[in-house]
Design a protein around this ligand. Structure first.
Ligand code: CP
Length: 310
C-alpha cells in the first residue's frame, strides 16, 4: 500500500489484512507496561491538520510513537500555513524535511489526493485524515475493527448510519468499506441531510429511524455538522433529536446484540442521549481505543510491510 486516501474501491483482502494486523497489534500490546515496538524506528511521520481534531490527531501521534517513528505535528496556526503558504508548498517542504509519511486533514474534498500527486516523486506516503465532506478512511477502518470485535464477520450484518450523511466523510468511507466487507448498509436521515445521487449508492435509504432499528446489528450516529451548513433547510436541534436522536426508548427497539457507534465528537442530547452514549451497548470508547491500533496497522502497511515482504 503506497497511500491511504479513500475506501472507495478498496480491495476487501487489503482491508481485512489491515484489520487483522490491528487486531494482532492490540492483542500483543494490551496489558503491557511499555507499549512500544521498534518497527518504524528511523521513519518520520508528519501530521498536518488544517481542521480541528482530537481523536484522529492524537491517535495517529500515539500510533507513530508506539511504532518508534519520529512524529512531528503541524497545525495551520503556528506554521507557515498561517502566513498563506499553499498546500503544495507545505507538502513539498515536509517531504524535503524528510517525511516518510504525511497525514493530512483538510477542509477541501480531494486535498489528500492532490497531496499524494505532489509527493509521488518524493516517495512520501499520504494518509487522508479527513478531506472536506469526501472521505475519512481510517475512521471507517476503526469502525469496522470495532464492529468485528463485537459482531465477528461483517458479511450480511446490517448497519444503519443515521443523521447528517450530506456532510459526512465518515458516512462515505463507511459505506464503501462496510459494503466491501459484505455488510448491508441503511442510511437513515431527513431528505435535507442526504446527498444528491444517494439513490445510486449501494445502500438502502430510509427516513424512518424507528421502523429500521429492530432489524439492525449496529447503528452508527453521525455528528450534525453545523459548521458545514451554509444555507439550505435543516431541522432544528429539537426537531432533529425527536426524529433521529437515539434515546433509551429507541435503544429498546434494537436487538439485544446490536452495537451503538459514534465517531465523535458527540452532541449529547441531540444525536444521542447521554445515558445511551454511556451504556454498555455503546462502543464509543472502544472505537477510540481501536483507532490507535488501526492507525498503527495503517502505518505498518504503508511504511514497513513491503520492506518486510520484499
Ligand atoms: N472522528 C473524528 O475524526 O474525530 P476528531 O475530529 O476528533 O479527529
Amino acid at each position: 500500500m503506497r497511500h491511504l486516501l479513500s475506501t472507495e474501491g478498496i480491495d476487501p483482502g487489503l482491508a481485512t489484512a489491515v484489520l487483522d494486523t490491528a487486531a494482532r497489534l492490540k492483542q500483543a500490546l494490551e496489558g503491557r507496561e511499555v507499549r512500544k515496538l521498534p518497527t518504524l524506528r528511523g521513519r518520520t511521520v508528519i501530521t498536518v491538520f488544517y481542521e480541528n481534531s482530537t481523536r484522529t490527531r492524537v491517535s495517529f501521534e500515539i500510533a507513530g510513537k508506539w511504532m518508534s517513528a519520529d512524529v512531528v505535528n503541524v497545525s495551520s496556526s503556528g506554521s507557515s500555513v498561517g502566513k498563506g503558504e499553499s498546500l503544495r508548498d507545505t507538502a513539498l517542504t515536509l517531504a524535503a524535511a524528510g517525511a516518510d509519511c504525511v497525514i493530512v486533514r483538510h477542509p477541501a474534498s480531494g486535498a489528500a489526493h492532490r497531496l499524494a500527486g505532489w509527493l509521488h516523486e518524493a516517495g512520501t506516503s499520504v494518509v487522508n485524515a479527513g478531506d472536506g465532506t469526501h472521505e475519512h478512511p481510517t475512521q471507517a477502518l476503526l469502525d469496522a475493527a470495532t464492529l468485528r470485535e463485537r459482531l465477528g464477520d461483517l458479511r450480511d450484518r446490517r448497519v444503519a448510519i443515521v443523521g447528517d450523511v450530506l456532510h459526512s466523510r465518515v458516512a462515505r468511507s463507511n459505506v464503501h468499506l462496510l459494503t466491501a466487507l459484505g455488510a448491508e448498509v441503511t442510511l437513515i436521515a431527513p431528505p435535507t441531510l442526504l446527498p444528491a445521487g444517494v439513490e445510486n449508492w449501494p445502500v438502502h435509504v430510509s427516513h424512518e429511524l424507528d421502523a429500521e432499528l429492530p432489524s439492525q446489528d449496529a447503528v452508527m450516529l453521525l455528528r450534525v455538522q453545523a459548521e458545514r451548513m451554509h444555507g439550505g433547510f435543516f431541522p432544528s436541534a429539537r426537531e432533529y433529536s425527536i426524529a433521529y436522536g437515539l434515546n433509551e426508548n429507541r435503544l429498546r427497539l434494537l436487538p439485544d446484540h446490536a452495537v451503538v457507534l459514534h465517531p465523535g465528537p458527540m452532541l449529547r442530547g441531540m444525536e444521542i442521549a447521554s445515558s445511551v452514549a454511556d451504556s454498555p451497548r455503546a462502543a464509543i470508547t472502544d472505537q477510540v481505543r481501536n483507532g490507535v491500533h488501526v492507525r498503527m496497522a495503517v502505518l505498518y502497511h504503508l511504511l514497513a510491510h513491503e520492506e518486510e515482504t520484499s
